[in-house]
Design a binder for this molecule. Structure first.
Ligand SMILES: *[C@@H]1O[C@H](CO)[C@@H](O)[C@H](O)[C@H]1NC(C)=O
Ligand SMILES: *[C@@H]1O[C@H](CO)[C@@H](O)[C@H](O)[C@H]1NC(C)=O
Ligand SMILES: *[C@@H]1O[C@H](CO)[C@@H](O)[C@H](O)[C@H]1NC(C)=O
Length: 411
């Protein structure tokens, strides 16, 4: 073979390659008609997306902070947001602008603090839901045990029920009720292990900058296996006025205690008031019982007028009342599942006819053991089972056993 022949073959091969390449290029242009740089741009975008995705995945896990980092973020704990039974909460801001709420845990003993720490990190640190407050991270050092949460710009729900009553309209309140119910339903029904919150109340429903509700404060929450229908409470606590009757008596406790508390919260949303307003002398009657009496007598409309609910909001308010009455049933078995509560509040599930949730207060006097002087059955029963700012309640053995505390009246 001559060298000229070899050159000829090489030229032909090159030609074939060039033709193939240009065909390919055409095909490519057809598939990516934007511009010549589009392929590399796409892969860049993909790389960024994956990086963000991986970062987000990492972020899903709570981060461990040092006490030094938290001291800097909170500006030496100079901006107090609030304090409750489990700790003091400060506002913090990281270098990158992320705002957080830092809860410094408090307790009567190191063991108690550690238990609370584990309850919170073990529950809210492992799950994510739009209606549950997000745990960014924590600090666990000898001198500081703290939890770092997403910052909730609009504070807690009780502020809008008690003080800034006109800031939120009924429709918004209805949405808040539904969101809250979704958060609790998730804890009860969708987590691998059922989580019981034990302390649902307006002060524990936080609102972000758009008034989206997020359930917070898992200090009492205990994980329990969903197959275990009954929980034994050891050292748990609830808040009077919201805590279900079984928490006060030697009855088995289930996740339905959260349903009861949610019902009490619904009453307060409808009334935009505390259920038992001790300062307001005209309405000494417990609001839920007052509502039931009106409902039972077919006078719900009248009740709505007394509560100042406008005509256009009556339908959703009525729905909330009916669901509330259903949630606070004395017998836990009669209370609905939270996922059904969501549907009933949305109006996609019919609300069944309710039984009188307060029958036991009328025909049983056995719970009214601490008060001799009061003859009114309602008042005595209510104060023994529900809120009162007197010390009678504290004296009950069950309260001591479960270390149930009175709600602070300053909130
Ligand atoms: C932070 O506050 C504590 C107590 O108020 C004080 O003793 C300490 O000096 C402060 N530290 C800084 C860095 O400002
Ligand atoms: C900001 O910084 C904090 C603390 O280092 C980190 O947890 C958080 O993910 C950061 N936020 C963003 C948006 O990068
Ligand atoms: C709620 O939060 C938003 C965003 O942070 C703020 O602009 C608004 O003033 C807040 N509203 C109230 C009533 O606090």
């Amino acid at each position: 073979m001559s060298s000229g022949g070899e050159v000829g073959i090489v030229v032909v091969v090159i030609l074939i390659i060039v033709v193939k390449l240009s065909i390919l290029a055409c095909a490519c242009r057809k598939r990516f008609p934007v511009s010549d740089g589009s392929i590399s741009q796409d892969s860049q975008i993909l790389a960024v997306t994956i990086n963000n995705f991986l970062k987000n995945m990492e972020r899903e896990k709570p981060i461990r902070f040092t006490s030094q980092q938290l001291r800097i973020a909170t500006d030496n704990y100079s901006n107090l947001l609030g304090s409750g039974g489990f700790g003091t909460v400060y506002k913090g801001i990281f270098n990158n602008g992320t705002m957080v709420a830092v809860k410094v845990l408090r307790g009567s003993s190191d063991k108690k603090i550690e238990e609370q720490f584990m309850a919170e990190v073990g529950t809210i640190g492992r799950i994510h839901h739009f209606n549950l407050v997000k745990l960014f991270g924590f600090c666990f050092e000898k001198n500081l045990i703290a939890l770092v949460y997403e910052y909730m710009g609009n504070g807690s729900l009780d502020r809008y029920l008690l003080h800034e009553k006109n800031a939120l309209g009924y429709e918004k309140l209805h949405e808040i009720a539904i969101g809250t119910a979704r958060g609790i339903a998730y804890l009860h029904e969708l987590c691998e292990h059922r989580i019981v919150h034990y302390d649902i109340k307006p002060g524990n429903i936080l609102l972000d900058g758009n008034f989206n509700p997020k359930v917070a404060d898992f200090g009492l929450a205990k994980l329990c296996n969903r197959e275990n229908t009954h929980i034994t409470m050891t050292g748990g606590r609830g808040t009077p006025g919201y805590a279900a009757p079984e928490l006060w008596m030697p009855f088995p406790i289930t996740h339905k205690c959260d349903v009861y508390s949610f019902g009490m919260l619904l009453f307060e949303i409808v009334g935009r008031r505390r259920n038992l307003d001790i300062k307001n002398t005209e309405s000494q009657e417990w609001f839920p019982i007052w509502v039931w009496k009106k409902f039972d007598a077919g006078l719900l409309e009248e009740a709505m007028i007394v509560c100042g609910i406008e005509e256009k909001n009556r339908e959703i308010a009525e729905r909330m009342v009916k669901v509330a009455l259903w949630c606070v049933q004395y017998r836990q078995q009669l209370r609905p599942m939270m996922s059904d509560v969501v549907k009933m509040l949305e109006g996609s599930l019919e609300i069944p006819k309710t039984f009188n949730p307060f029958q036991h207060l009328i025909d049983e006097t056995k719970f009214t053991t601490h008060s001799d002087q009061e003859s009114n059955t309602y008042t005595t029963s209510v104060s023994s089972v529900m809120v009162s700012d007197s010390n009678i309640v504290c004296a009950t053995p069950i309260m001591r056993k479960y270390e149930i505390e009175l709600a602070s009246s300053t909130e």
